[in-house]
Design a protein around this ligand. Structure first.
Ligand code: SF4
Ligand code: SF4
Length: 482
């Protein structure tokens, strides 16, 4: 019996020290100075404990009365901690219902003309559409005009990485050219290749779902899911125009498709780590370009199978992708106002294809985000424009959620000349998925107590307000480290 207890205690201490070592290595790789120091101390502490244990065993201490009490007490305490932290706590039934679980009343469809991007990008002062829109929405006119005077969010004079931001802005705009090119109607709504002649492929919904998801991953997506489209998340009217097809502006969007294939692409953690500086905007746009390319190819693939399909990407959206992604089981809606995934946290960009191809939908997931975000407030604390609510969820347009203030957020982008992403950088779920972080996510996604413990540990190891880190050398910027 004594040998069994010694084996259990020794193995547990060795495993702890090994995890401590992997955390230290991961922190060095992440270039987190504070995490490296704390990780190093933690590893040394665990190693010291293991060495002490080996010494006590060799000296026969555990065969004495006090030694046996300490050994038994330690094993019981360890078993209790494992039980408390490893068991699956009660599931969040609301999360398992997807966006239906958030609905508290009638959700009015959003009008794309009203969103801040459409107002900023598409309404040219003096144009017919400008007159129509601001006659109907005088509340926005003065505010939008003042913002337009300051310029758009990319690299405008006076922004944080001046004067040396030129190469990074050039890289960002290099990527933007892809979604712009793919926003012509014949690209986002492709016809079947002539060799298929519109003949419908004979595929069961199960096989079609398997092929479509496999193809999407093969194109470079990191996560993919399928949902039946909830009409509440389809925009009511078209507001973004990029190829002078102004006859579409203000038209009601009538989506005939029943399904959406939604996918996420990963933002590289070392580029996001520099947020709010220009490298993070390069990374956003790289992934929007990647998403546009994937969505366009996927839509063409489905068109070749004989079914209508529409690519949704940075320069063409028929629907809001975050709620569709929640319903497709890619993750949950966090305090941050974005999708938070188990695999990559909020460090993703989304794309989608809507289609009439019959498919088997996926189910929404409970990964513990709602409970975690209730305790963690990091994105709200660190948001430089105060755009993220710090209290409880509130009812917004018939849904209960944390609502990001996109007006103040976008205004901040215009002020600094990047798309900020500080909230994404500081979120504890955004850490690169090295071995110890995968382990932590596994724990916090199934256990509420582990979630509470790790919100505190994240503050200790990374700070309550983590600072930006240097990006890879090729994306360096002036004023680094400010
Ligand atoms: S992007 Fe920046 S300004 Fe916008 S919500 Fe996130 S932290 Fe706040
Ligand atoms: S920073 Fe914290 S509160 Fe904000 S989304 Fe991430 S986990 Fe939730």
């Amino acid at each position: 019996m004594l040998n069994i207890l010694i084996f259990i205690a020794g193995t547990a201490l060795a495993v702890q020290a090994f995890i401590g070592l992997t955390y230290f290595i991961s922190s060095v790789w992440e270039k987190g100075k504070r995490a490296t120091v704390f990780g190093g101390l933690q590893f040394l502490g665990m190693l010291g404990l293991f060495a002490l244990f080996l010494y006590l065993k060799a000296s026969g201490f555990f065969e004495t009365g006090p030694g046996l009490v300490i050994l038994v007490g330690g094993v019981i305490l360890g078993a209790l901690a494992c039980f408390l932290l490893l068991r699956r706590t009660a599931p969040n039934k609301r999360a398992l219902e997807g966006t239906n679980g958030l609905v508290t009343g009638e959700a009015k469809r959003y009008d794309e003309r009203e969103i801040v991007f459409a107002r900023n990008r598409c309404l040219a002062p003096g144009s017919e559409q400008y007159g129509i829109f601001y006659r109907e929405h005088p509340e926005y006119e003065e505010y939008d005009a003042a913002r337009r005077q300051k310029g758009g969010p990319l690299g405008i004079p006076g922004t944080i990485d001046q004067p040396g931001h030129g190469p990074n802005v050039a890289a960002t705009l290099g990527s933007v050219s892809i979604p712009v090119y793919l926003s012509a109607p014949d690209k986002y709504n492709p016809l079947a290749h002539p060799m298929f002649g519109g003949k419908k492929a004979e595929l069961s919904p199960g096989e079609a779902a398997e092929r479509v998801k496999g193809y999407t991953l093969n194109l470079g997506a990191d996560l993919v899911g399928i949902t039946e489209i909830n009409p509440s998340w389809v925009y009511s009217h078209r507001g973004e125009i990029f190829h002078k097809n102004w006859e579409d502006w203000g038209k009601e969007i009538q989506l005939a498709h029943r399904y959406a294939v939604v996918f996420a692409v990963e933002m590289f953690s070392k580029m996001v780590a520099a947020a709010p500086h220009t490298p993070t905007t390069i990374e956003s746009m790289r992934n929007y370009a990647k998403g546009a390319s994937i969505a366009t190819q996927l839509a063409a693939f489905i068109a070749n199978l004989g079914y209508s399909a529409t690519a949704n990407h940075l320069r063409h959206y028929d629907a809001l992708l975050v709620p569709l992604a929640v319903d497709a089981g890619l993750g949950e809606l966090g305090r941050i106002g974005y999708l938070v995934t188990k695999e990559l946290g909020p460090r993703v960009r989304l794309g989608a294809v809507t289609t009439g191809l019959p498919l088997i939908p996926d189910k929404p997931v409970d990964i513990g985000i709602e409970a975690f975000c209730r305790v963690c407030n990091k994105c709200a604390i660190c948001c430089p424009s105060g755009s993220i609510p710090s209290g409880d969820q509130a009812e917004v347009n018939g849904t209960l959620r944390w609502k990001l203030n996109e007006e103040t957020c976008f205004a901040f982008w215009g002020k600094i000349g990047t798309d900020c992403n500080v909230c994404m950088r500081v979120c504890p779920w955004s850490h690169a998925r090295t071995f110890p972080h995968k382990l932590i996510v596994e724990l916090v996604s199934r256990n509420v107590i582990a979630g509470r413990l790790f919100t505190v540990m994240d503050d200790v190891f990374y700070g309550k307000r983590p600072r930006p880190k240097a990006p890879p050398g090729w994306a360096k910027f002036d004023g680094e480290g400010r």
